[in-house]
Ligand binder design. Structure first.
Ligand SMILES: [Zn+2]
Length: 275
């Protein structure tokens, strides 16, 4: 599932490709993609709208239109965008199709069917339930060591569960959470209210560092208008612990371990990462 750096890449690429272009007609092919907007309303509210801006908040992509509305998109497991020519066929899992006035069309393709869309008045974006509950953006002023440490102290969950909860920290998923905990040398099962201030500082720095590094790598990602999915080809050695069960720790050579929290795998080094 795409995490902050990947969603950021999709938003940047969509902005570059779509800004100033007009939707002639929008078809919600799979009604469940936008549960709160019936297909006829979806079509009506997007028809003849021009895309003025595409940005990101947390893992949501916000496609802002010139009719005071914003299309909120969450890619979830497998959602991706494609910009196709008139003669191209739609892909098998084309769940929303946006015919552009210049003859091309934007298609949302989602093999796993977990993607989400919603049309919200642009003025109401910050108070919409999806956005309002999100923790501060990691690169914003509001995200500080103080705020982060207070939030850790107020929770009794494990660190791993805390880090992937978008109401506590935005943008981290399974991959970057594992990398952050390794960088900070803290065990994934530690209870967050027991984390000291110096350790909270280490975690804070690790979050910023890990995301920044991934964002920088994503900027080398190639732009393929026919496959805008946030994946990018990193240089060698992308993950230090994620998906490396049994492999040697980069720091101490002991084998990387895997445990599960709430049904999801976490990878860590039991020597370098302390409780
Ligand atoms: Zn180690």
């Amino acid at each position: 599932m795409p995490e902050l750096p990947e969603v950021d890449l999709v938003a940047r690429q969509l902005h570059r490709l779509l800004r100033g272009r007009t939707v002639e007609k929008a078809v919600l092919v799979r009604a469940k993609l936008a549960r709160s907007t019936p297909p006829d309303v979806f079509s009506r509210q997007l028809r003849n709208s021009t895309i003025s801006n595409v940005r990101r908040r947390g893992k949501y992509i916000l496609i802002e239109l010139n009719n005071s509305r914003t299309l909120l998109v969450h890619l979830r497991m497998s959602g991706r965008f494609m910009i196709l020519d008139a003669e191209d066929d739609d892909p098998k899992f084309a769940h929303a199709v946006f015919q552009l006035t210049d003859g091309q069309r934007l298609v949302f393709d989602d093999q796993r069917h977990f993607g989400l869309m919603k049309i919200v008045k642009t003025a109401d974006i910050v108070t919409s339930p999806e956005i309002a509950k999100l923790a501060p953006e990691p690169f914003s002023e509001e995200f500080s060591v103080d705020q982060f440490h207070r939030s850790l102290k107020a929770s009794r969950r494990t660190l791993k569960e805390f880090l992937i909860d978008q109401t506590k920290v935005t943008g981290l998923g399974n991959i970057y959470a594992a990398e952050v905990m390794f960088a900070a040398c803290i065990h994934p099962s530690v209870r967050t209210d027991r984390i000291s201030r110096p350790r909270a500082e280490r975690l804070f720095v690790a979050i910023i560092f890990t995301l920044e590094q991934a964002l920088n790598m994503s900027k080398k990602g190639k732009l393929d208008p026919r496959n805008i999915n946030g994946n990018y080809a990193p240089e060698n050695g992308r993950w230090l612990v994620y998906d490396r069960e049994g492999g040697p720790c980069e720091s101490c050579s002991n084998p990387i371990k895997r445990i599960t929290h709430g049904g999801r795998s976490t990878y860590f080094c039991s020597v370098c990462q302390r409780r």
